[in-house]
Design a protein around this ligand. Structure first.
Ligand code: SF4
Ligand code: SF4
Length: 383
């Protein structure tokens, strides 16, 4: 908190992943929100939770860059904490491959830190209002969780950073099960909000050095943003980034739910921003997901006109026939012949975007029905 009782969101300028530049920027941002000693006490076990969605190179801007994780490890160790780095990547992708490609294995070996798969060690079930979900025990067992998200736009939730990164604390296949159970964006927003209500990280350090824009979280464009950001309040941090991206927070399904539940600071007048002017943080407007307009349709209207309002995958010639989308689809809506592109059974599709998320070849495009395209003007989703 600042001296006038406001929630602090602090930015550190950082234009590339040079290790010393990243460490300086992370340190400056964390110092501005109270210093690492405000979050980690000597001897505490600290889980560092990066976004390790898939087996992508750091340059692809899909996963948190290892230098951000390294800087966080060093800060925690200085404070006397005992670090582990962990995540639960998409379950159809071998985790060993994820650790290799994202640079996380090499980093953890260099820093002498354990790298853990969150689904090992079991899970505990939670019931929050009408949402039921599992959280990995390895998350619950940590004294402190430090959230290390990547700043990205997202075809399902419009945007992903602090709050959405905590969805990775749901272990393995249980994530696909939640997509199936809470399949429209509004219901999915409710479950993401409920999960964030249970796993509230002590500190978030966001990787916005190079983020992703357009049809993220894996098929967008890497985009130089030039910052790291830190806050004890991930909601406030997400709200600030919505403003910089010119994104209406109502198009991010979990933010209105968290606001109604009183979780996090949503009022920009009560957020003290240090180290950046939010309106000029990104020096030009960035591309937002083509699905954005669907997120402002009230869910009752979407259900009423479901046959006419849809957002379904199409498959381009980029397809390398790997079958990951077919195996990840929670609704069994895809089939595939050897050497052919997947085929969609439209009535089975629950529009969860999981196929889009795991495709390694940017071959999946989420296409809107004509009525959806007409109903909401894309520009109305922008601030
Ligand atoms: S669309 Fe993507 S994920 Fe699906 S088979 Fe083709 S390359 Fe693989
Ligand atoms: S086809 Fe894609 S969008 Fe449709 S249910 Fe399967 S994974 Fe989800």
């Amino acid at each position: 908190m600042s001296s006038d009782g406001k929630t602090i969101v602090a930015f550190g300028k950082c234009t590339d992943y040079d290790p010393s530049a990243v460490e300086a920027a992370v340190r400056a941002a964390v110092d501005a929100v109270g210093g690492i000693g405000a979050f980690v006490q000597p001897g505490q076990s600290v889980l560092l939770k990066p976004n390790l969605l898939t087996d992508a190179d750091p340059d692809a801007a899909i996963t948190t860059h290892p230098e951000i994780v390294r800087a966080a490890i060093r800060l925690v160790q200085e404070a006397g904490g005992v670090c582990r780095v962990g995540d639960s990547p998409a379950s159809v992708i071998k985790h060993e491959r994820v650790w290799e490609r994202t640079g996380m294995r090499a980093l953890c070996e260099e820093e002498g830190v354990e790298l853990i798969t969150l689904e090992q060690g079991g899970a505990r079930e939670f019931r929050e209002e009408r949402q039921v979900f599992d959280i990995a025990r390895r998350v619950l067992d940590a004294d402190v969780v430090i959230n290390l998200p990547k700043v990205k736009t997202h075809v399902m939730t419009s945007f992903t950073c602090a709050v959405k990164n905590i969805y990775g604390c749901v272990p393995g296949m249980a994530k696909a099960g939640l997509h199936k159970q809470y399949f429209n964006a509004a219901d999915f927003g409710r479950v993401v909000a409920a999960i964030y209500g249970v796993v509230r990280p002590a500190l978030t350090i966001a990787d916005g050095v190079v983020g992703m824009t357009g049809n993220g979280p894996s098929s967008g464009q890497p985009t130089a943003m030039g910052f790291v950001a830190a806050s004890a309040d991930g909601v406030a941090l997400d709200r600030c980034l919505c403003r910089s991206l010119r994104l209406d927070p109502r198009a991010v399904p979990y933010l209105p739910v968290l606001r109604r539940r009183g979780v996090g600071e949503h009022d920009e007048r009560r957020i003290h921003v240090i180290g950046a002017d939010l309106d000029s943080l990104l020096n030009r407007p960035v591309a937002l997901p083509n699905t954005l307009r669907t997120r402002l349709i009230p869910s009752w209207l979407g259900r009423l006109f479901a046959p006419l309002l849809w957002c379904r995958p199409t498959f381009s010639d980029n397809c390398v026939y790997c079958g990951l989308c077919v195996r990840t689809c929670p609704a069994d809506a895809l089939t595939q012949e050897k050497g052919e592109k997947p085929v969609l059974a439209p009535k089975q599709c629950i529009e969860c975007c999981c196929c889009h998320e795991v495709c390694p070849a940017k071959a999946v495009d989420m296409q809107l029905s004509r009525m959806f395209q007409r109903l909401v003007d894309h520009d109305k989703c922008l601030r």
